[in-house]
Ligand binder design. Structure first.
Ligand SMILES: [Zn+2]
Length: 71
């Protein structure tokens, strides 16, 4: 019988907030996506691994808030 690796707890990962630059701690789920919420500006980020040269970061700004970094 093959022993299947079980997913017990989310792994903690760190990333600087692309909006305000604060270091945020997020958690990697069983699909490999990292979920963050910035404690300073409250944006929600989901970082997904595409391949070794490509990560995708989705940033959601909560209602009533605005992006700080406008280019
Ligand atoms: Zn932030």
């Amino acid at each position: 019988m093959m022993a299947k690796k079980e997913f017990n707890a989310w792994t903690a990962v760190q990333m600087y907030c692309p909006n305000c630059g604060t270091l945020s701690v997020g958690y990697k789920d069983e699909d490999g996506k990292c979920h963050f919420q910035c404690k300073k500006c409250a944006v929600v980020m989901v970082r997904s691994y595409k391949n070794r040269r490509h990560d995708l970061i989705e940033i959601t700004v909560p209602q009533g808030r605005e992006r700080l970094s406008v280019s």
